[in-house]
Design a protein around this ligand. Structure first.
Ligand code: ARG
Length: 465
């Protein structure tokens, strides 16, 4: 960017000196905000309709403007748009080009009553709304993929963990359904965020409002907004929607990261529960035997940059005075990075989960009889013994089996059981089945087949209403 004389810049009237060339670079947002070119053109298209309704531009001028905007859109889409010195951001670039196409006599009217302050806020909301809607649909696909897998592999049991220690047997589908539950909450939260951000700042002017009484409701409706922001100062200064998007992304990536961590653990040779498809793993440059879960490690690792964008942007805006300040231009790079990272992460997660293979034998082979110690306690509860007592008795059974060097509590003889507590009877042996244990948990949310099926149905209906 050159140190072009100030009078050639769109805001150049009162400036006499040239700008420091580095300042031009430092100030410019075009390298990244050109992503919003379509939103910017759409905003101008509707805004000029509003001006025409006010009689500030003629029908003919309006059609010339729309012709020019359409051409600019084509130039951006095909990569033919030529950036020029003085194109500070997408708003100035588009307006400069419009002047070249239809003449400055007409293009000079499009900014009447508008400021880049309400313009950029409008463009951002359109852009973020459309990106988040795309992400919402990809997220739905991810959830449906998990649900489908859970339905198909309902028979498979595995250990459920707390503290990463074997705890109780669960269905693999129950584990899948847990993440489908997290992601469904993310889905609903995202729907609310899209709804909340979809309000129009356009027509707020620089800060104080519109001097010609533009019909802001008309502008909002024609840009697909649900309404207008009711205070012009708030309209130009509010970046809560950026913060909310980054917060949503952070929470979602936190879920993705935990999901990935589980799968990384399950993919180790020590566990051997799952195997990633080749499409989502890579080899080692040195060790020929290795297959690394890079996709999952990247999903886990990229969560960090998303959390960073949230923290960083909150720092950028925490003490700026009202209303617009240039600090706010710092919303774009972290926001765009966040949206791209999340979008790709949703797609990669879907790819990973739909292509990995499971090893049923390894999963079920990892179940051990001690994981039924609670079921043994419950056995005596059913015979009327208070749980606090049965918990203790079951613990004694575990200890005896260990002392006797048996492979599990199921190997104790009825005599040994009776010696620990006389209320044990022959039917105690029916307790030692993982399937029976799992199928007892029929209460809502549990791991029994019927309960998991209900969870899956409910999740599906929540995202496909
Ligand atoms: N590129 C600027 C931004 O992204 C546009 C708004 C400029 N407004 C101003 N008063 N300088 O924030």
């Amino acid at each position: 960017m050159s140190d072009k004389p100030a009078e050639l810049k769109l805001w150049g009237g009162r400036f006499t000196g040239a700008t420091d060339p580095l300042m031009n670079l430092y100030n410019a947002s075009l390298p990244y905000d050109q992503k919003m070119y379509a939103a910017d053109l759409e905003g101008t298209k509707v805004y000029t309709q509003g001006l025409q309704k006010l009689g500030l531009i003629t029908e003919h001028e309006l059609s010339e403007i729309h012709r020019g905007l359409e051409q600019i859109g084509k130039e951006w889409a095909s990569g033919e748009f030529v950036e020029k010195d003085g194109d500070e951001d997408i708003h100035t670039a588009n307006e400069r080009r419009l002047g070249e196409i239809i003449g400055r006599g007409i293009s000079g009217k499009v900014h009447t009553g508008r400021s880049r302050n309400d313009q950029v806020a409008t463009d951002m909301r359109i852009f973020v709304r459309d990106e988040l809607t795309k992400i919402l649909n990809f997220l739905k696909e991810l959830i449906l993929t998990i649900i489908k897998r859970a339905d198909t592999e309902m028979d498979v049991l595995m250990p459920g963990y707390t503290h990463l220690q074997r705890a109780q047997p669960i269905r693999w589908s129950h584990w899948l359904s847990m993440y489908a539950t997290y992601f469904t909450e993310d889905y609903k939260r995202l729907e609310q965020i899209i709804e909340r951000l979809n309000v129009s700042p356009l027509g707020a002017g620089a800060l104080a409002g519109h001097p010609y009484g533009i019909d802001r409701e008309f502008l909002a409706e024609n840009l697909g907004f649900n309404g207008v922001i009711g205070n012009s100062l708030a309209a130009v200064s509010d970046r809560d929607f950026v913060v909310e998007t980054m917060f949503w992304s952070s929470l979602f990536m936190n879920h993705v990261s935990r999901f990935s961590e589980d799968l990384i653990i399950y993919s180790t040779a020590e566990f051997g529960f799952i195997k990633l498809a080749d499409a989502y793993s890579t080899g080692s440059s040195l060790m020929p035997q290795k297959k690394n879960p890079d996709s999952l490690e990247l999903l886990r690792g990229k969560s960090g940059r998303v959390f960073g964008s949230l923290a960083g942007f909150l720092m950028s805006i925490k003490s700026i005075p009202s209303t617009y300040n240039k600090d706010m231009q710092e919303d774009k790079e972290p926001l765009f990075d966040c949206l791209t990272t999340v979008e790709h992460s949703v797609l990669i997660s879907t790819g990973v989960i739909s292509t990995l293979s499971i090893n049923k034998e390894a999963m079920e082979g990892a179940l051990t009889m001690d994981m039924l110690a609670t079921d043994l306690a419950d056995y005596l509860v059913r015979k009327g013994v208070p749980f606090r007592e049965t918990h203790h008795i079951s613990g004694e059974c575990v200890k005896t089996a260990e002392d006797e060097k048996l492979s599990g509590i199921d190997q104790l003889t009825l005599e040994q059981f009776k010696k620990i507590d006389s209320r044990f009877e022959d039917d105690v042996k029916d307790t030692f089945s993982f399937e029976v244990s799992v199928e007892r948990r029929t209460a809502t949310g549990g791991t029994a087949r019927s309960a998991v099926k209900k969870q899956l149905e409910s999740l599906k209906s929540q995202i496909t209403k």
